[in-house]
Design a protein around this ligand. Structure first.
Ligand SMILES: C[S@@+](CC[C@H](N)C(=O)[O-])C[C@H]1O[C@@H](n2cnc3c(N)ncnc32)[C@H](O)[C@@H]1O
Length: 149
């Protein structure tokens, strides 16, 4: 399995890279994920779910870097991550998804973030997908965002 390691030290809060890719509708994301599951492929689709300040509504951004993307696609999931994702808006209501260091990171460490932003939802369908992060607090399974299933 491919992952991304840093060759230099990165300070806490440091910008690492964008999680760049195609922006998908929910229907298209579901279609691609289901197809991917059938082909036993890796899933690169990321869902950013932001709670709006006013009301109960949420803002959902779905990125697929599998065909058009950047190095951000190689960050693996960890249950004890050293990076985190945040939405960044620059003159556009559609956010960019940016990856930042959650703590000081030393050269040689693998960069990883929590694929569901720390909110693990255990669903029987995906309990079989084992998490290999190796963290002491590893949940044992990969998290996923149930919006697309
Ligand atoms: C965004 S890609 C990360 C890069 C990927 N490892 C690769 O080789 O291209 C996400 C996929 O990597 C694998 N993956 C990432 N983190 C993992 C983990 N902690 N345990 C098991 N598989 C993981 C899963 O197959 C997941 O669908």
């Amino acid at each position: 399995m491919v992952g991304l390691l840093t060759t230099g030290n990165i300070p806490k809060g440091g910008f690492i890279c964008e999680y760049a890719g195609e922006i998908l509708t929910r229907n298209e994301a579901s279609r691609r994920i289901n197809l991917n599951e059938q082909n036993l492929g890796m899933n690169y689709i990321l869902v950013m779910n932001e709670q709006r300040e006013e009301g109960n509504s949420t803002n959902i951004t779905i990125i697929d870097p599998s065909k058009k993307g950047n190095i951000g696609r190689y960050l693996n999931h960890s249950c004890d991550p050293n990076c985190e994702i945040r939405s960044v808006r620059v003159d556009c209501p559609i956010p960019k998804i940016a990856i930042f260091a959650k703590r000081d990171i030393s050269a040689g460490e693998e960069l990883c973030f929590h694929y569901n932003g720390g909110q693990i939802e255990k669903q029987p369908k995906f309990e079989g997908k084992t998490c290999l992060c190796g963290a002491v607090n590893c949940a044992g399974f990969m998290p996923f965002n149930n919006l697309l299933f």
